[in-house]
Each structure stands twice: as C-alpha cells, then as structure tokens.
Design a protein around this ligand. Structure first.
Ligand code: AHR
Length: 509
C-alpha cells in the first residue's frame, strides 16, 4: 500500500454549475439501438407502451436521463423527417447506408421519438439534416414540432394525431459536416450553419438552443473557423446570435481507426492503460477547444457540446460489423468516470455531452439480448447512476497536495488518480477513480469550509478489468456500499481498491 495522498476540497467555494445535460444520451438509427433496443414494436410480448420498451425507460429514468439526441449521427444527414410521420403502413422506406446497409422502414419517426422523450422525462435534442436536406425541410420540421396555431405544419401534426405542440429545447445543425455529414470544409459549413440556423425559428414560447456540428477530436482549426464566423468586429451582434452551441466528437479506442479498434473484453494491462490515457485526452481536447472559444467569446456565451463520446471497440465476434454492438467492462466504467471529471472541471464551457450510444451500440448503458430480450445494465450505466448527485450541482475544485502518482503511457504521463466534486442543497458528492490496475491507494479528504455532519461511500470495482455484466451474472459489476471510509483529523480517509470508482456523499451542516 502506498502513502496516503491528501486531496483538499473547499466545500464553501462553489464554482460553475455542472449542467445535468452533460449526462445526456444519444440514440441513432444504428444497429439495435432504436429498433430492438428502445423500440420493439406494438406486437412485442415485452412490456411496452406504443412499442417503446418499458424496462429500458425505467432504467433510464432511474439515472434521471436529461436529454436524448436523435436520429443521428451520420444517419441524421440522410434522414428526411416527412418519411417518418403519418400511418406507419404508408411510410416510405429507405436504405440506412451508413449502418449495415439495411432497409429502414421509418416505423420509428418524429411522434415515436417525442413519445419516448415524454416517457423518459428527457429533453429532446433533434439533429437536423444539413448534408442532404434543405433549409425548408429543416424549417418545417421545427414548425411541425413546436408551433401551436393553425400554421401549415401545425395542422399537419394535428392531422397525425397530436394537438399540442411539443417543447424542443435543443437542435443540431448537421453532424460531422467534415465527414459523413457532407465532407465539407469548415468555411463552407460555417456559412451553411448560419444560413440553416436563421430558419430554425422559435415558435410560440419554444426557444431552441442551436448546436452547430463541430470538430473531430483535436481539430481546433474547425472550432476556430466556426467561432470566427460568429464574431463581428464593430457591430453589436453577440457571438451566440446564430448558434448557441458548438459540438465536438471524440471516441476512445486502443487501436487504430480503420484497422482494429481493440477488443472490448480481451485486453491486457498495458492496453488498459492505453485506454485510460486516450480517455484522459478528453480533458486536453476540451481545454484546447475552450481556449480557442475564449478568444472569440470571452464571456462564454457559446457552449461546448460533446455530443458524441465514449469507447469504440471492435464489434462482438459474430455480430453485424455495421451494427457496432460491443461489450462493456469495468474498463469502460473508468473511461466514463474520467470523462465526467473532465466535464465537471470545465463546467464553465461544457454545457452538454452525449454518450454514444444508449442501448446496444458502442459504450451502451443497456444491452439487450436479441433472442431472449434479457436486459443488462452495463458498468457504464452504474457510473451514470452514482453521479446523479452532480446534476445541476455547483462544481468544487479538488486539489491534490503533492504529486499524483503517474505512469508513462504513449510518451505521456497518465495520472493514476482522477477526481471531481460538487455541492448542492447542503450536500456534496466527491468522485474518485483509482486508475491503477494493481495498486490500492488511500486518500485523505481534507474537507474545508463547512461542517460535515454525515458521510457514506459507494464503490464500483470487480476482480478483473475485463469483468462485465451478462444475463447470467447481471451484477458482476455493480456498486456496493464501501466500508473503506474513516474519520480523519483533516476530514475523512478513503481507501480506494485497485481499478475502482468511488463516490463519497456528504451531508453539510
Ligand atoms: O456513433 C456512431 C457514429 O460515430 C455517428 O453516427 C457519427 O456521428 C460518428 O462518426
């Protein structure tokens, strides 16, 4: 056992609020995410409402899912919303050319998505088509969804059975415009984003927060071009006039894009550390984009939206390569906890994030068996559940005294401890990940500024890094009460098992 580290938390110095929307989700028409995941159809034997699987809804309500991005991803820039309204038997079909080249029957469309959001209690984040759609098409979709009077689109919605307009707070202007969303140069897309945004109107009391498709990973030049397109020297326009959010996408993998991304379950300790290092890159990438944005928007009116993040492994053997179905181990949970620490620490700029993707695709919360229908909550799900207390809480800085232990990985120093904290309503939540694959560690929490009247801890770990949940062993990785928390002269002393994620809940006097 190594010497104790001391982590100082000033409980009386709240920082920027951590938006609950950084715990957002993403559901694309891809593999078994929508069809067979969320949506099992009206004829299913599984408990459902209007074809929407209710145990999936219940599991996501338990983590207070704040928003859901849909219908893509790459699919969004191929999607024509009018194909997904009206009687199902009359809906045209299309080819989902990005994901498995399968035929999409459009049985899950706008009304089904809005119903899903209502069941979840989540805010809809609709991703509009710039790559192959028209300005008129996007403008009419917003009108269809959100307008209350007898306008042409509101009337069309009524004829399809929905009287009242919905509330749609978040709108995506394209997706990965540099790639599957149209292979554009940043300059061209910046103009298109401004143009399309002009016609995404606020109807009635619905106000849309518009998010322009952003950079791939550390492509800071893309962000700079988009931010520059918002600025206007010598005029009174604020930078957020056209769009209010700018996205980035970054995925964690251990291999190489286009070759092999690495196995979800078969990896050694060295590869585990590569995953942690690459997950840790998110912190650097967010900081890099935030620095560029600061130059053009020092008042931080434009939000950074990480609307795709998570692990991307090779598909499970025997599954459709275009469906992106992968297992989810304790390693994935630690990737998630590291990301959330980065988002919390950048709460002044990161306003939303969406893990890819919620069910049966990439770093999923929920996996369902295509034959039996059995539902499994993944280790990643449990990190979301353990972190609910951070939603809309004020961030607190965690300052580690002395040197955080590190390990050299791919020429960089990977910190083996990751932590963040927040406070809300006379409570505080401290998150600590011990990324050391083999060594346990003890941390003294030096808690300053408020009295702590009660404390408790939970731990998420497993015998091995590769442990995952299955229908036969659904709780192989699940949080339990942690008895490694003791009073200490400075506050509390916390034992961290090797490769573990621990949350400490405090009641404050
Ligand atoms: O999440 C899977 C895909 O990854 C999305 O469709 C696309 O935006 C990204 O490349």
């Amino acid at each position: 056992m190594s010497d104790s580290l001391v982590a100082v938390v000033d409980l009386d110095l709240p920082g920027p609020t951590i938006s609950r929307h950084v715990y957002g989700h993403f559901a694309e028409h891809l593999g078994r995410c929508i069809y067979g995941g969320f949506y099992v159809g009206e004829d299913s034997d599984l408990p459902h409402e209007g074809g929407i699987r209710l145990d999936v809804v219940e599991a996501l309500r338990a983590v207070a899912i704040p928003n859901l991005r849909w219908p893509g991803g790459c699919f969004a820039d191929d999607y024509h919303w009018r194909d997904g309204i009206g009687p199902r038997e009359d809906r045209p079909r299309m080819v989902n050319s990005h994901w498995g080249d399968v035929v999409e029957d459009n049985s899950f469309g706008t009304h089904e998505f809005m119903h899903l959001c209502e069941l979840l209690g989540a805010d809809p984040y609709v991703s509009g088509n710039i790559g192959s759609g028209t300005v008129r098409e996007m403008s009419e979709w917003v009108e269809y969804l959100t307008r209350g009077d007898d306008s042409p689109m509101a009337s069309l919605r009524r004829s399809n059975g929905r009287d009242n307009p919905w509330r749609v707070p978040f709108w995506g202007l394209g997706n990965e415009a540099w790639g599957c969303g149209g292979s554009m140069r940043a300059e061209h897309f910046a103009d298109l984003a401004r143009q399309y945004a002009t016609y995404v109107r606020n109807h009635g009391d619905n106000t849309v927060y518009k998010i322009a498709a952003g950079a791939n990973g550390d492509d800071y030049a893309w962000t700079e071009t988009l931010m520059k397109s918002l600025s206007c020297l010598g005029c009174s326009r604020e930078p957020q006039s056209y769009f209010q959010g700018l996205s980035i996408h970054y995925y964690t993998m251990t291999g190489t894009w286009g070759v092999s991304k690495g196995s979800a379950t078969e990896f050694d300790v060295e590869e585990y550390y590569v995953a942690m290092r690459r997950a840790h890159r998110m912190r650097e990438i967010v900081a890099g984009h935030a620095a560029v944005m600061d130059c053009y928007d020092p008042k931080r009116r434009v939000g950074l939206v990480v609307d795709e993040w998570g692990t991307w492994w090779d598909v499970e053997p025997g599954t459709n390569p275009g469906f992106l179905y992968q297992q989810n181990t304790l390693r994935d949970a630690l990737v998630a906890s590291v990301h959330f620490d980065a988002f919390h620490d950048h709460a002044d700029r990161v306003v939303m994030a969406n893990i890819a993707q919620t069910v049966n695709v990439l770093q999923a919360m929920i996996l369902t068996d295509p034959d039996s229908g059995a539902l499994v909550l993944t280790p990643t799900y449990h990190v979301f559940e353990m972190n609910v207390g951070h939603h809309d809480a004020a961030s607190l800085a965690v300052r580690v005294k002395g040197d955080v232990p590190t390990r050299e990985v791919e020429g960089a120093q990977l910190p083996l401890l990751s932590a963040s904290a927040s406070t809300k309503d006379d409570t505080a939540l401290i998150s600590v990940s011990n990324l050391d694959a083999e060594e346990p560690r003890t941390v003294v929490l030096d808690l300053r500024g408020r009295d702590v009247t009660a404390s408790s801890a939970r731990v998420l770990t497993a015998a091995t890094l590769q442990t995952h949940n299955t229908p036969e062993a659904p709780d192989a990785v699940a949080p339990v009460a942690h008895d490694g928390l003791r009073p200490h002269a400075l506050g509390l002393e916390l034992d961290l098992p090797a490769h573990s994620y621990v949350t400490v809940s405090l009641e404050l006097g």
